[in-house]
Design a protein around this ligand. Structure first.
Ligand code: CA
Length: 235
């Protein structure tokens, strides 16, 4: 069961949502409300098809009914989704006593609605979650500082005690990441993923080289500790 009606909808595009729900009436109702809210909706009647659509279409959110036909129920499908990605998941459940499980760490659903639910309320929850995840993805635009070092992400400027310091683009990104994650031990691999990007296949020593440059340019102003055998910690 596949509905792509949202494509020729009102022209708004707030992203694609995969809706996994075997109750046709509920699915159609939710589909209608989401399309009216500007989403493209792809329906799946069972968990396997739902996971397949998520893999193919890279939706911004998944709505998952718990009671589904076939070998895999919604709980198991959530678990599988969590193994693969951190896509937001809203669970649709018919039973109040399932709520603790679906919101628990194990399944990590972002929110839930209990049947019967108001489609309007569901759309409001979906919007709230997407706003939250979008905000979390956006890099901070406020200047950050640690000690005498100030990093301005918008101007891409670094000052030490009000004196500008010239950094390369990569040095700047690395410093901004350190200053934005103060007090946290970051492994070289985490730094590669965050600053160089997950598609970058390079040696972890690249990180050490850039750290040496930062230390040379910023000197004692930057409180950056080497955590032996792990990586680095700023502050
Ligand atoms: Ca069901």
């Amino acid at each position: 069961m596949l509905s792509t009606n949202g494509r020729d909808g009102a022209g708004e595009d707030h992203g694609t949502i995969v809706l996994v729900e075997d109750d046709h009436n509920i699915a159609e109702l939710v589909d209608l409300y989401l399309r009216n809210a500007g989403f493209r909706v792809l329906q799946a009647g069972d968990a396997a098809r739902g996971l397949e659509l998520v893999g193919q279409e890279h939706p911004c959110l998944v709505l998952m009914d718990i009671g589904l036909p076939g070998p895999m129920d919604g709980l198991e499908a959530c678990r599988e989704l969590r193994r693969r990605s951190d896509i937001p998941v809203v669970v649709i459940t018919a039973r109040d006593d399932e709520v603790d499980r679906v919101l628990g760490l194990e399944l990590g659903a972002d929110d839930y609605v209990t049947k019967p639910f108001s489609p309007r309320e569901l759309v409001a929850r979906v919007r709230a979650i997407l706003r939250r995840t979008e905000a979390a993805k956006r890099p901070s635009e406020e200047p950050l500082s640690i000690g005498p070092v100030t990093v301005d992400p918008l101007r891409r400027e670094v000052m030490v005690a009000s004196e500008p310091v010239a950094l390369t683009a990569r040095e700047f990104d690395l410093l901004a990441h350190f200053v934005g994650n103060q007090g946290i031990v970051l492994s070289r691999q985490q730094l590669l993923d965050a600053v160089w990007g997950p598609g970058w296949f390079g040696d972890e020593r690249t990180v050490d080289v850039h750290v040496r440059q930062l230390r040379r340019k910023l000197g004692d102003a930057l409180p950056l500790a080497t955590i032996w055998g792990v990586g680095y910690r700023c502050g």
